[in-house]
Design a protein around this ligand. Sequence first.
Ligand code: HEC
Length: 192
Amino acid sequence: MADQTNESGGEGPRLLEHEYDGIREYDNPMPGWWLLTFAGTVIFSVIYLFNVGPVGNGKGRIADYEAEMATAAALQPATPSRPAAAALLAMASDEEAVEEGEEVYQSYCASCHGPDGGGLIGPNLADANWIHGGSPDSVYNTIAVGVLAKGMPPWEKSLTPKQMSEVTAYVLSLRGTSPTNPKPPEGEPYTP
Ligand code: HEC
């Protein structure tokens, strides 16, 4: 640099006075921009230290993380609670609920279970026999979680809890009806 002179008075690094075990060193200061950056990190570290727990008054990253997780958890809908068997049975004899359920059924279920529940790819839903149980709870559960390995999709996530109950009520109301082209019974007979 221009302001540095060596021992012979010319330009170049200056030799420092001291000597240790015959070793002498040049005066090579760090460049200004480097020193500024370094000083900046020191200042930043002090500010940072006072912003985190437990040293400073900040909450700290673990508490921040937990707060964010709690907010996210609060945004998640609670797992839909299952309706009581008695409520489903009552709905099965409630004309309005059954009609709503039939609409859901015709949109999502008829392609596999037939337009009147007589069965196509899926089993007959109007007879007394059930592969996965014919109690209101069992029927609701089969519709909710499906039987993926056998081609019955789970519906709990794609239907609202209301639609779930209504379509279950509709399926329960099919018992004893006579579909036009019924599939033979499968599974065990269920007596309410
Ligand atoms: C992609 C075809 C398909 C669709 C769509 C479908 N199912 Fe199924 N469903 C099946 C099959 C296949 C089975 C038989 C599962 C087995 O053999 O274990 C079944 C079984 C069932 C059972 C159990 C029957 C028993 O005997 O235990 C119920 C109840 C049922 N479905 C209701 C519904 C409802 C309600 C819907 C509409 C929301 C629906 N399914 C949509 C294919 C389907």
